[in-house]
Design a binder for this molecule. Structure first.
Ligand code: GLN
Length: 449
């Protein structure tokens, strides 16, 4: 059914970089065999799942939507992917993304754009735009994405699906091509909170991954308290964020409606503040490019990926492989990171950015003394048109509500609230929670979905 849906919709949506038809059919046949033989079936048995193309899966290429890795065959399978397969999931393919996950629209893929299933003149968001679109279009039931500064929550919001960025460390990063190692986190997209909870059970089953030193044992039954009432709980709202420049009226109204829905269910609404949140984008665009520059140094034209032919020296080969293998945004980020880490410069930017990071983390800790979760927009606006935002710094503002959570390492979930009153496009709320409270987060998400 999933492959049929792909045949029907992929022409206009183009969510995938590779459809792994053979792997999918083999996995489905194995599920059938087990069922016929009366063998135990996993909780995701037969569920079609797509993976962002920065996740290794043996039998597929892992390109990160870059010419640099255009022909790179996965040599091993990422833990997050393996855990979905262990739960019985059917791997349907690899989804489009911004190159190396740098972006908010999936327009920086080296191969093609992905079109928002609600309106194909608009972007699906990014960088996990292909994963969000593959679920929104009905091509798959679940997809995995990665979120370094908002890349699960913002595309989920643009495509009207649920997207969870779990707490940093909750899901293993082993086998996921690194962007900003201290910020990156893998998480699921689904059409309902329940589906996302089910995916979280699979992703955390087996506990800590010894191959990722930052991973933690977060294996709980995410479905268990999903329907528990939220009566008596406290939900924080941040007045200054609701007046921020760039926030559209329709998104503000939808968040206010979600606030009332939570209140109607017996939650208490309190005002909290994150005084340093305004600095989060600045801090992120120092920390993330520095980490990206360091991580992408491995693409040297020798060990991985694209190698410029006919070079006389090693230096020339490295320089030209990188010049021709990386796209514009990937180069911009690395140039920025190289500059920011230069001696004499990093004192001015990198250290202060890390200090801001500490302040933001402390802000959250203080806020969560007064509330259980925080309600805010996922994105200031609904999906924009292709080419509408061409200035990189304007594009960077797409994540004004999501980035601070990556900086602090907390969990956040984007929950669809229906269609906006002005644009008629999907609008979402975001719920954020303290570290390792992702199950609680899903319970609140369930209450407003
Ligand atoms: N849009 C942000 C960026 O461009 C976040 C990307 C992400 O989360 N991978 O860096």
């Amino acid at each position: 059914a999933s492959l049929d849906a792909i045949d029907a919709r992929e022409g206009e949506v183009q969510a995938f970089l590779e459809v792994s038809r053979d792997l999918a059919l083999a996995a489905a046949a194995e599920t059938d065999r087990r069922r016929a033989a009366g063998e135990p079936l996993g909780p995701l048995a037969g569920v079609p799942v797509a993976f962002k193309d920065n996740m290794h899966l043996v039998g597929t290429r892992t390109t990160c939507a870059s010419r640099m890795l255009e022909n790179y065959d996965s040599k091993f399978t990422a833990t997050c992917v393996q855990r979905m397969l262990d739960a019985g999931a059917t791997p349907v393919g690899k989804t489009n993304m911004d190159e190396f996950a740098f972006g908010s629209s999936t327009e920086s893929s080296a191969f093609h754009c992905t079109y928002n299933p609600w309106d194909t003149t608009r972007v699906p968001g990014g960088s996990s735009g292909g994963s969000a679109a593959s679920v929104a279009s009905g091509e798959v039931t679940l997809a995995l994405g990665s979120d370094t500064g908002g890349s699960i929550r913002q595309p989920a919001s643009f495509c009207g699906v649920v997207g969870l960025k779990p707490t940093y460390g909750a899901v293993s990063r082993y086998g996921v091509v690194a962007f900003g190692s201290s910020l990156d986190q893998v998480g699921p997209f689904g059409r309902s909170v329940e589906d996302v909870a089910l995916a979280m059970c699979a992703l955390t089953a087996g506990g800590r991954d010894p191959y990722d030193s930052t991973s933690q044992d977060c294996s709980v039954d995410f479905l268990e308290h999903l329907e528990d009432p939220i009566e008596g709980a406290t939900v924080g709202v941040i007045p200054s964020l609701m007046e921020a420049e760039g926030l559209t009226d329709e998104v503000r109204h939808a968040i206010e409606a979600a606030e009332r829905a939570l209140e109607d269910q017996g939650a208490r609404i309190v005002e909290v503040e994150l005084p340093n949140m305004a600095s989060s984008i600045s801090a992120y665009y120092v920390i993330a490019p520095c980490e990206a520059f360091s991580n992408l140094a491995r693409f040297d034209g020798v060990r991985y990926g694209y190698q410029e032919p006919g070079c006389a020296t090693l230096a020339e080969q490295t320089a030209l492989s990188r010049a021709h293998g990386f796209g514009e945004e990937a180069k911009r980020r690395q140039m920025l990171g190289a500059y920011l880490l230069a001696s004499g410069v990093y004192d001015q930017y990198y250290y202060p950015a890390q200090q801001v990071r500490t302040l933001i983390t402390q802000d959250y800790a203080r806020a969560y003394e007064a509330c259980d979760v925080i309600l805010m927009p996922a994105s200031p606006r609904t999906a924009f048109r292709f080419g509408e935002i061409s200035d990189p710094t304007q594009m960077y503002l797409s994540d004004m509500y999501t980035i601070s959570n990556n900086i602090a390492g907390n969990g956040g979930v984007s929950v669809p609230l229906g269609l906006g009153e002005d644009s008629g496009l999907p609008v979402s709320a975001q719920l954020q929670g303290p570290a390792f409270s992702d199950r609680r987060l899903l319970r609140f998400a369930r209450a407003i979905e």
